[in-house]
Design a protein around this ligand. Structure first.
Ligand code: LRH
Ligand code: MN
Ligand code: MN
Length: 430
């Protein structure tokens, strides 16, 4: 890493203030865990080796269809975005990869690669965009893209996905995530079966263009922008897609893309069991695709998802390597702070899941002791693992308290001076 956005002496000065407290908290937690035969250092090592990708589109301030209230120093282009992503990684040491969205982040692959290398960042899954029209495209996606009734529009959407693969291949990415907004707004508007047939045929063309070591992720979402029916609406349809396309096709689970109260951890278990879990878009939600910060509303649900992932690791599931990515939108916070905190929450859920006594759990399950089984999960979940997370960051050169250190660094004020302010927007409805 040659370009460091947060000076090393800022991190060490901030860490020095907190090192004493962390040392005693870590020792106390280590003692407590040792009583249950858990080696704290082994857990810290596993946590330090767990990474999650930051979405390039998450570092700009989001908005709703009603309005967008810009923040200070918003990134002007992908190279600014990569610098902001680097700040998150320098402080957390949990996010060394970035997931790009094309055409939003389109640039010369040589420049992208060089910037990534300079910042110590590499690239996770590429995301295509056929849910909105690019300024110069020949055919509109107003009535769909990969499943459009018109062959030329479908071909254009396929071509765009192939372009994403080619760009990704040049910068070291190994996966393409396809999410489409295709669907219908009125009963009768589309023929469900024919529309899905057209989608599958388009996806098969994209699948054919995948390099040998690439994976194709399809992402389901219940509704929005289509409000009556969506082509890839749930994990069942998503599973059919992955199964129909072949061994390089997997399902991507965006936590916000389900009906409220859906048992997402069970969906995760099913996809693991049948070898089709490709990865995640982590975020949290209260009502719909809210794109809130991971763990901010339902941290127990995030833990239960990680409980399934750790269970799969524990069982030694073959070829199990889901892609961990964040997908959020930040309207009222500094996006860098939200992403720092989200990366920590995701690691927290992982650390807590690592603490589950799986032998005891299995015993309680086989004795039908529901109370003690659930208590076994709760015991792990109730453990304050913050000293483990902080120590993992510290050992890797990150910050003991990354948000406080970020604030102390003055990064936001510095980029606000360099990047011109952006005007607010009314959003799409007025
Ligand atoms: C769709 C989605 C999908 C897109 C991203 C911007 O709601 O989750 O992953 O690529 O948002
Ligand atoms: Mn998503
Ligand atoms: Mn979404």
């Amino acid at each position: 890493m040659t370009e460091q956005k947060i000076a090393a002496d800022v991190i060490s000065a901030e860490n020095e203030k907190r090192a004493g407290a962390l040392k005693s908290d870590y020792a106390a937690l280590g003692e407590k865990l040792a009583r249950n035969n858990i080696d704290i250092d082994a857990v810290t090592k596993q946590v330090a080796e767990f990474f999650v990708a930051v979405p390039s589109w998450g570092v700009g301030t989001g908005g709703t269809r009603f309005a967008r209230f810009p923040g200070l120093g918003e990134p002007r282009h992908i190279f600014d975005k990569l610098e902001d992503c680097s700040v998150i990684n320098e402080l957390t040491r949990a996010t060394p990869t970035v997931s790009l969205h094309i055409p939003w982040d389109k640039a010369d692959p040589k420049d992208l690669k060089a910037k990534g290398d300079a910042l110590g960042l590499s690239f996770d899954a590429m995301n295509s965009n056929t849910f909105s029209d690019a300024p110069d495209q020949a055919h509109s996606y107003k009535y769909g893209s990969l499943s459009h009734i018109d062959a030329a529009t479908r071909a254009q959407a396929v071509e765009h996905n192939i372009e994403c693969i080619e760009l990704g291949n040049a910068i070291g990415s190994k996966a393409l995530t396809v999410w489409i907004g295709d669907g219908s707004n009125f009963p009768g508007q589309s023929n469900f079966t024919r529309q899905f047939e057209r989608y599958l045929a388009s996806m098969a063309d994209i699948y054919k263009a995948l390099p040998e070591d690439w994976r194709l992720f399809s992402e389901h979402k219940m509704y929005e922008p289509a409000f009556y029916s969506t082509v890839v609406q749930d994990w069942g349809t998503n599973f059919l897609i992955a199964q129909t396309l072949g061994p390089k096709a997997f399902c991507l689970v965006d936590l916000g893309h389900h009906a409220p109260n859906t048992n997402i951890e069970m969906i995760v278990a099913r996809l693991i069991q049948f070898g089709k879990l490709g990865g995640f878009h982590f975020n949290d939600s209260k009502y719909g695709d809210d794109d809130l910060d991971a763990g901010s509303v339902e941290p127990y649900r995030l833990f239960l998802v990680f409980n399934e992932l750790v269970d799969a690791e524990h069982r030694g599931v073959k070829g199990f390597h889901p892609a961990h990515m964040i997908d959020q939108s930040h309207n009222v916070t500094d996006p860098i702070e939200s992403l720092i905190s989200s990366a920590n929450e995701i690691r927290r859920a992982y650390a807590q899941a690592l603490l589950v006594d799986r032998t005891a759990l299995e015993g309680f399950q086989s004795e039908n002791d529901a109370l003690m089984a659930t208590e076994t999960l709760k015991r792990a979940y109730r453990t304050d693992v913050e000293p483990i997370l902080a120590e993992a960051r510290r050992r890797a050169g990150g910050a003991i308290d990354p948000v406080a250190t970020y604030r102390a660094s003055g990064y936001r004020a510095q980029v606000a001076a360099e990047r011109p302010a952006v005007k607010g927007g009314s959003g799409g409805i007025v």
